[in-house]
Design a protein around this ligand. Sequence first.
Ligand code: TYD
Length: 136
Amino acid sequence: MNAVKKVEFKEYGDDRGHLVVVESGTDIPFLIKRLFYIYGSDGSVVRGQHANRESEFVLINIAGRCKVKVLDGKGNEEIFILDKPHEGIYLPPMFWKDMYDFSPDSLLLVLSSEKYDPGEYIRDFNEYLNEVALRG
Ligand code: TYD
C-alpha cells in the first residue's frame, strides 16, 4: 500500500488565476499515453471497481470533490479524498479502486501510462484476489 501516494503538483498562481503543471517523468513517474475524465456522476454512484494488470494511473479531481478507495488485495485499504486541483494520487498496477461520493461538479481527470486495453482490466474481485495471491 506504500506504493500508492498522494502527489502535490506545482501551482503557479498570480492575480490572473492559477496554473497547475503535470509533467511526465518530473511530476509523475510514467509517460502519459492516455487521459480520460469522469464527470456527471452523482453521490450515489460507485465507479472504477476494477484493477489493472499493467496501467499506472494518476487521478486528479480538478473540480469539485470525490473519494477513492484503494485496496491492495492483501487486506489493506486506504481512502483518499480528492478535492484540490493541484493534488492527485498515484496508483501502480494491481490495486483495486472504487471512485465514489462525487460532488455534482466533480471533474475527475485520470492520466494513464497505457492506452486502453480492456484485457488488462480485472473486473471480478475474486479473480483479482487470486491474481494478487499468485504474484506473491
Ligand atoms: P469504465 O472502465 O466502466 O469506467 P470507470 O471504471 O471509470 O467507471 O469505462 C466506461 C466505458 O468507457 C466502457 O464502455 C469502456 C470505455 N472506455 C474506453 O473505451 N476507453 C478508456 O480509456 C476507458 C477508461 C473507458
